[in-house]
Write a protein that binds this ligand. Structure first.
Ligand code: GLN
Length: 245
């Protein structure tokens, strides 16, 4: 039962340690004896139908987002949306998250159409939202929270079709106004949380792996891992976030 991870634009969309999320997914599969492969897809490369179980895209600056936006529209967006509708999981961070909604309108330059996985849109905000974030989340596992840090000017607003990943108790989250953070649609998770996120949020990592396995018809729950270190990192990060706000 191989899990295959599609790492979208690994050279272009990978800031603030986002690559660490792929490492965490791979390690948590291998520690359980689950064979796992990672394939990077760059500009102009197509998504083969039914090939991938988990998609990942990290954050990037506006310049890379323009190039990636055009490529998604031309070569990958419809296929990725279809794969998610058919059960694939996804984790997309910040700039990647923004392109999985309806559109992202930066301060200057063209409005960037998204691939419509999330019922959400993003507009450039006046100020950058930078700092640690804690959000209460059903996908947060043991403590019911997800923690990371944010650095974005985009403000994302959710429509009725997409639920938030969680509700911030520290930090700005999607827009600094409605306390939502991130978006969830089927097995796809979008979030502003960099960090990288998954090493200190093992509950969320396992949600993605379980969805990836279910895609292959494997519905048994995952063998628990000794996450003592991961949860200690989680608690430290939450404590630091609470001190800095
Ligand atoms: N350029 C986008 C913004 O600032 C995304 C930045 C990022 O991926 N960190 O909102």
């Amino acid at each position: 039962m191989d899990i295959r991870i599609c790492y979208l634009y690994p050279e272009m969309m990978n800031i603030y340690g986002d690559r660490g999320n792929v490492t965490a997914l791979v390690r948590r599969c291998r520690w359980r004896g689950i064979p796992v492969d990672v394939e990077g897809l760059g500009l102009s490369e197509k998504v083969k139908p039914d090939r991938y179980d988990i998609f990942f895209m990290g954050g990037g600056q506006d310049r890379e987002q323009v190039l990636v936006c055009h490529d998604l529209l031309e070569n990958k967006g419809d296929a990725i949306r279809r794969e998610i509708e058919r059960g694939a999981a996804a984790l997309v961070i910040c700039g990647g998250y923004q392109l999985f909604g309806k559109y992202y309108r930066p301060f200057d330059g063209e409005k960037l159409p998204g691939i419509n996985v999330f019922d959400a849109y993003t507009v450039a905000g006046e100020n950058r939202m930078i700092g640690n974030v804690v959000a209460k989340s059903a996908l947060g596992g043991r403590f019911g929270t997800v923690v990371g840090f944010e650095n974005h000017s985009g403000k994302t607003y959710l429509g009725k079709e997409s639920a938030p990943l969680g509700m911030v108790t520290v930090g700005s989250g999607n827009n600094g106004e409605d306390r939502t953070e991130g978006a969830v649609h089927l097995g796809a998770v979008g979030t502003y949380l960099h960090g990288s996120l998954l090493p200190k949020n093992p509950g969320l990592a396992d949600f993605l792996i379980e969805r990836g396995l279910a895609r292959r018809g494997e519905r048994s729950s995952l063998k628990p891992l000794d996450d003592t270190l991961e949860w200690r990192a989680h608690r430290e990060a939450v404590a630091r976030a609470r001190k800095t706000h």
